[in-house]
Design a protein around this ligand. Sequence first.
Ligand SMILES: Nc1ncnc2c1ncn2[C@@H]1O[C@H](COP(=O)(O)OP(=O)(O)OP(=O)(O)O)[C@@H](O)[C@H]1O
Ligand SMILES: [Mg+2]
Length: 141
Amino acid sequence: MAVFETNSKAETVALGRRLAQTLHPGDLILFTGGLGAGKTAFCEGIAAGLGCTDDVQSPTFAIVNYYRGPQPMAHFDLYRISTLADLETAGFFDYLDEGAVVAAEWSENAASLLAEQRAIRIDIVSTGDTSRRITIEGAQL
Ligand SMILES: Nc1ncnc2c1ncn2[C@@H]1O[C@H](COP(=O)(O)OP(=O)(O)OP(=O)(O)O)[C@@H](O)[C@H]1O
Ligand SMILES: [Mg+2]
């Protein structure tokens, strides 16, 4: 487990880029952390680090955004996902099987469904207006 402090959105994006260098096809990254913690910012960095060229946007309404590139990424928002059927319908396991990197915000909302899943787990806590404590489990940075 590693703990990082960032003091701007740009620093969180940079940490995401750094994590991307350690990722492999079919890797899963599960985010926890409240509203506005910086999960989407971190995902922006991952996508950039993977070489994805599509715009990173919060998948709140779409549930999943897919970013094309040399290492594609599927970006989920699990806010309204609560059953295995919901996850399957959204293609969650299909993206993993086909070798996308899958990053999921609001994984606490599907915690029991994902408890046994091999994953990198990232928790972001807001410690001030522009400061965040970012705890990463399951990756070597
Ligand atoms: N150190 C920081 N790291 C990341 N974002 C920061 C930081 N400091 C300030 N911010 C601001 O916090 C907000 C984070 O928004 P972001 O959409 O990434 O959060 P989120 O966790 O995805 O939120 P949501 O729960 O709505 O999905 C942005 O407005 C960003 O500019
Ligand atoms: Mg978000």
